[in-house]
Design a protein around this ligand. Structure first.
Ligand code: 5GP
Ligand code: MN
Length: 342
């Protein structure tokens, strides 16, 4: 966004109005964190603001201040639809294309409010009136922090906003292990600390609150469902609906599982392939130069980031797995094991 656009946005936010803050389906820590932070901020400015999400989000994010106020389209279509359609402004956070809100896509496209995109994914689709898109950043939460500062509203930052933004940054960087080689990210986090957050406590709330069945599902994935193809430096885990049911699966229970597959020495590409009700969800992760954004986009109509992407595949589980495995040969040059690699 040009610096002048901030003054135009400042104008738009001068008079109290109704604002929907929307994020992508299957919302993760950054989606919920950035949206709640933005909603707190807009309320401080006197607006009637609400976060609207396409579907439910994991239990480990439900403790966040005002998480209970989030409108979930899946559970309450009428109210979510009304809020979105009546909104004067619509903030689109942490997604780069309208179809990323899945069942809510039509409503988002029908919404007449002025749309403002804040996002860090590659290959942004230009569907908003204002765009703040930067892939060289940790998270949308970091961009929301910058947005508030650029609007001249640093004084409106408070502990609730800081907690939400910290959740977004910590989850999208895997607790500061990827997408965080930026000095700015750490200086934003230092500023969040100054707002009084307890970073260690937040980390425990997000990462150390697993149910027994979730941790057993992880053990099952690693012990019985992990396949390593050394020739292609690839590992993957396949989960059927029956597997998920056996472990009493709840939303968010498979979050992070793919990272274990990637953490194996010499593995450059990892995938978690999960059977859902109407489609197969694949999460891709990579180390180094292998671009899983391109891989997901070219072969599975998905996308995301260079080292973390996803796709919804409309094939039976077995065929989705076959497709993934058979693609590896065409990437043999990039995936071939090399010496001295981690
Ligand atoms: P995850 O595998 O954790 O669901 O997603 C990894 C990254 O890829 C996230 O940044 C997410 O927004 C993005 N992503 C996940 N699924 C899709 C998809 O179906 N399409 C696109 N374009 N991006 C996705
Ligand atoms: Mn994100």
């Amino acid at each position: 966004m040009e610096p002048t656009d901030f003054s135009r946005l400042s104008e738009l936010l001068k008079m109290p109005c109704r604002i929907a803050v929307v994020t992508h389906s299957n919302p993760d820590g950054d989606a919920i964190g950035s949206s709640l932070a933005m909603t707190h901020y807009l309320k401080h400015k006197g607006h009637d603001a609400r976060t609207v999400v396409p579907d439910d989000f994991p239990e480990f994010l439900k403790w966040m201040p005002a998480a209970g106020d989030i409108l979930i389209f899946d559970n309450d279509v009428k109210n979510a639809e009304r809020f979105l359609l009546d909104a004067d402004l619509v903030f689109c956070l942490d997604f780069n294309a309208p179809d990323r809100v899945q069942a809510m896509t039509k409503t988002l496209e029908q919404a007449k409010g002025i749309k403002i995109l804040i996002d860090h994914h590659l290959d942004v689709v230009h569907f908003c009136d204002f765009e703040l898109s930067n892939a060289a950043t940790s998270s949308t939460s970091e961009l929301v922090y910058d947005f508030i500062v650029n609007m001249g509203d640093e004084n409106l930052l408070d502990k609730n906003i800081a907690e939400a933004l910290f959740v977004g940054i910590v989850t999208d960087t895997g607790s500061f292990s990827y997408a965080c080689n930026y000095e700015h990210t750490f200086s934003v986090v230092a500023n969040l600390m100054r707002l009084g957050i307890d970073a260690e406590h937040i980390h425990r709330l997000v990462y150390d609150t697993w149910s027994e069945s979730r941790i057993k599902l992880l053990g099952f994935c690693l012990n019985e469902k992990l396949t390593v193809i050394s020739n292609y430096s690839t590992s993957y885990i396949v989960l059927s609906k029956a597997d998920l049911e056996r472990f009493n699966h709840k939303i968010g229970d498979t979050e992070g599982v793919v990272n274990y597959a990637l953490s194996i020495k010499n593995v450059k590409l990892a995938a978690l392939i999960t059977e859902r009700d109407d489609f197969v969800k694949i999460s891709f992760r990579s180390k180094g130069t292998f671009n899983v954004n391109d891989f997901a986009r070219l072969h599975f109509n998905g996308g995301g980031h260079k080292n973390a992407s996803g796709a919804n595949v409309y094939l039976p589980l077995g065929e989705a797995v076959k497709k993934f495995v058979s693609l590896l040969a065409s990437y043999s040059k990039e995936l071939m094991p090399a010496h001295h690699e981690v």
